[in-house]
Design a protein around this ligand. Structure first.
Ligand code: FE2
Length: 321
């Protein structure tokens, strides 16, 4: 069983030898106020039991049949991470089974790699809080090396912040995408340095144009500019590393426009492009269960005393088992 609680989602997944038996979740309603950590954590506490029971029912297994448990150690919001960690520890102690902390970003990359049947892809991991270009490296230990990343905010949070600026309704990112469909391009700041990128200049510029250009034009332009930046940096990473596979993962991977742009980059170079089903791009417990099962089978468990959370648990610090 895998438990995810790093942000607004409390998710529980159950896997059996890599086969997903259940992937259930309940989400905190961000409304127009965004995420207030204590409120999100309170909602997770309220929902935890229901989500665990629903997942067991869907998987048609009893709690007694759970052979190990994993939870999201980070990165994420401290108050939220605590809830999943506590639920997992309670299960591990109650059932007398092994437990392992899982890096949230590793889980996104690994579930997509599995779903897309890729061997050694470059991964573009894009979500609210993260935007990174990654590749598996073996030294000094197996980990995802960060080839490129955002200098400031994640692309998802940038689009959400802009949507709030022009008073759109949640879900902000997808509302931007809808308006973008009828927009015309306005030139905007484009910041790529090698394989790194930055988004706050773009956000400030687009926000200053609010009311001066139509929301459709601004949404189209901020989306096209930020996604083009991601495509340029990713294309550079693919070519520099001689890679022939690209996977797209994380919450923003649900964007059909970003998928389309990266697919065309891959097509131009004869590379494979892969993206998982949306249920795995959004936060979910299934990906945590998938990675936890593999870790536990290879003996990578942790003692209860050493099971902690880490809000800024960077992907390159996590051992990939
Ligand atoms: Fe995520």
């Amino acid at each position: 069983m895998g438990i995810e609680s790093s942000a607004h989602t409390f998710g529980v997944g159950i896997v059996d030898n890599g086969r997903m038996l259940a992937n259930e979740k309940m989400m905190y309603d961000v409304g127009t106020h965004g995420m207030i950590p204590a409120k999100v954590a309170e909602t997770h506490v309220k929902n935890a039991g229901t989500v665990i029971e629903t997942a067991l029912g869907k998987a048609k297994v009893s709690m007694r049949e759970i052979e190990g448990v994993g939870y999201t150690k980070g990165p994420g919001i401290g108050a939220c991470l605590q809830i999943g960690q506590l639920a997992a520890k309670t299960i591990a102690i109650g059932l007398g089974v092994k437990i392992t902390p899982v890096n949230h970003a590793v889980a996104h990359v690994e579930i997509t790699k599995h779903e897309s049947k890729m061997k050694d892809p470059i991964a573009l991991y894009v979500s609210g809080g993260n935007s990174q270009i990654l590749k598996l490296a073996q030294t000094p230990f197996p980990h995802y090396q960060i080839l490129g990343e955002t200098f400031d905010v994640g692309v998802g949070n940038m689009l959400d912040a802009f949507a709030r600026e022009i008073k759109l309704k949640p879900a902000w990112g997808s509302t931007v995408a809808k308006l973008a469909a009828n927009g015309r391009y306005v030139e905007m700041p484009y910041t790529v340095k090698g394989m790194d990128f930055a988004f706050t200049g773009l956000l400030t510029y687009a926000s200053e144009l609010a009311g001066k250009r139509s929301n459709e034009d601004l949404c189209y332009s901020i989306q096209e500019t930020s996604f083009s930046m991601l495509c340029e940096a990713t294309e550079r990473a693919l070519l520099l590393t001689n890679s022939d596979e690209l996977e797209l993962c994380g919450g923003v991977a649900q964007s059909s426009r970003l998928q389309e742009m990266l697919r065309s980059v891959c097509k131009e170079h004869g590379m494979r492009f892969g993206v998982a089903k949306n249920e795995y791009n959004a936060d979910n417990g299934g990906m945590i269960a998938y990675v936890a099962e593999r870790m536990l089978k290879k003996g990578a468990s942790e003692t209860i005393a050493k099971c902690d959370i880490q809000q800024k648990y960077r992907i390159d610090k996590a051992v990939v088992v």
